[in-house]
Write a protein of this length. Sequence first.
Length: 187
Amino acid sequence: MNKIETKLPGVYIIEPQVFGDQRGYFMEVWSTRDFEDLGLKYQFVQDNQSYSAQKGILRGIHFQNMPMAQAKLVRVTKGAVMDVTVDLRKGSPTYKQWIAVELSAENRRMLMIPRGFGHGFKTLTDEVEFCYKVDNLYSKECDRGIRFDDPSIGVEWGDVRQELLSEKDTTAPLLDDSDCNFVYGEV
């Protein structure tokens, strides 16, 4: 596996080693040993999968507040997305900064997102299957989101069609109006 640093400390692009021939391919998606060798120590407790039928669907920016914050290892098994991660830790040198990474079934890249970051994606193709591991269980009480178009963050999503957004995402608060409780050094 290869770990690629991003401008957000702790957020990494992971490139698995792929073994292929005329029959297809094999790759390890998760190995405690390999990730620890990369300096990434996570104990995942839940796997999630979503399906998006159309190109242009936007999901996010989502997170879980403390004490149920989640680190995520995200990947695409069908189609392609523009995956976005935002630093939501008050006091962080990269607070409100974001990155976008294309994840696809073709490039097989994964993104490792630590606790304290918001996450969202926009589908670049029809029929997207999106899979992710989390290191904390889902908590309805801690489930949160902020506006995908928060001007204080300024994610460049490109063309966004309102009919392809959920009610949850269109009614989410701006970060400055939210109860996001991430603090740099405490998450």
